[in-house]
Ligand binder design. Structure first.
Ligand code: ADE
Length: 280
């Protein structure tokens, strides 16, 4: 996968050379390049922003400097009609934005199949709204995402978050691909992951659940599934409500009913006046 990142702080992305992302680059799974947006400016001050049209606080990033940079990275200077292969591997342009739809595991999974991602990091009051509009008109797949309901100083941290979520799904990225299958937000029936324990079994008076030491794999699996259902019911009931009841087994239904859910319909519903049980 090829990844281009545009920012006024390209040094920010030195962190991508560390850990598993660094290894993936060394192994050729990923080619990451961070670009300085100011390299596409023409004035002596290398300006990238201007005052908002209509007035207001802060500065807005100018569309033209972004467009000159993005035209080049998107290969739009090339007058030739794209071939079928070029169309299939067309880059996806991702613009982090606190006022956009939330980035989810589903987006990460979808984007992990792309061949080329281009991230553009806004700063100040963000980029001119015509920028995504223009590239959509040019038939570019443009995605705007927020990583959460809070405002950061710029898109750089959001890009690091999205990049990590996307690239760890690439085949060959993780040592043990099973760890992806088991974790939170994965699959159609999305639940928070069960809690994890390591040795010693008794630590500072706190015991790891004895069933995990029983060697009975069926019991361990059931315990973990119930733990995932219980934690999800308590912390993210919206995920329980999104489950498909037809895909729940008998034991799942029993656990959910004991947690105050009705499971006879298409999706679980909180039992009328049920008091959601708290985890012990
Ligand atoms: N830029 C500033 N805040 C952001 C957020 N929450 N998500 C994505 N980009 C941002």
């Amino acid at each position: 996968m090829r990844i281009d990142i545009v920012s006024v702080f390209p040094e920010y992305f030195h962190n991508l050379d560390l850990s598993l992302l660094g290894k993936a680059q060394e192994h050729g799974l990923l080619q990451v390049q961070a670009h300085d947006l100011r390299d596409w400016t023409h004035d002596i001050h290398h300006s990238v922003d201007d005052t908002p049209v209509g007035g207001g606080a802060g500065m807005v990033m100018q569309p033209e400097v972004w467009a000159e940079c993005l035209d080049e990275l998107l290969g739009m200077d090339d007058a030739a009609e794209p071939t079928k292969a070029e169309q299939a591997s067309a880059p996806v342009l991702i613009l982090p934005n606190p006022s956009a739809p939330l980035f989810t595991q589903r987006d990460a999974t979808e984007l992990s199949h792309a061949e080329h991602l281009i991230f553009g990091c806004g700063r100040y009051e963000g980029y001119d709204a015509r920028l995504p509009e223009y590239y959509r008109d040019q038939h570019i797949d443009v995605r705007e995402y927020s990583i959460g309901d809070y405002v950061l100083n710029g898109g750089e941290v959001a890009v690091c978050v999205m990049l990590e979520a996307i690239t760890r799904l690439l085949p060959g990225f993780m040592g043990n691909p099973n760890s992806i299958v088991e974790e939170s937000y994965t699959g159609a029936q999305s639940l928070l992951e069960h809690r994890q324990y390591t040795k010693p079994a008794l630590w500072r008076g706190h015991e790891a659940p004895p069933v995990l030491l029983s060697g009975d794999h069926a019991k361990v699996d059931r315990f973990r599934r119930d733990d995932a259902l219980t934690r999800t019911s308590e912390i993210r009931p919206d995920l329980i409500e999104a489950l498909n009841c037809a895909e729940l087994d008998k034991a799942d239904r029993k656990t959910l009913m004991s947690l105050g859910w009705e499971v006879s319909g298409t999706h679980p519903k909180p039992l009328a006046d049920a008091h959601m049980k708290q985890r012990a």
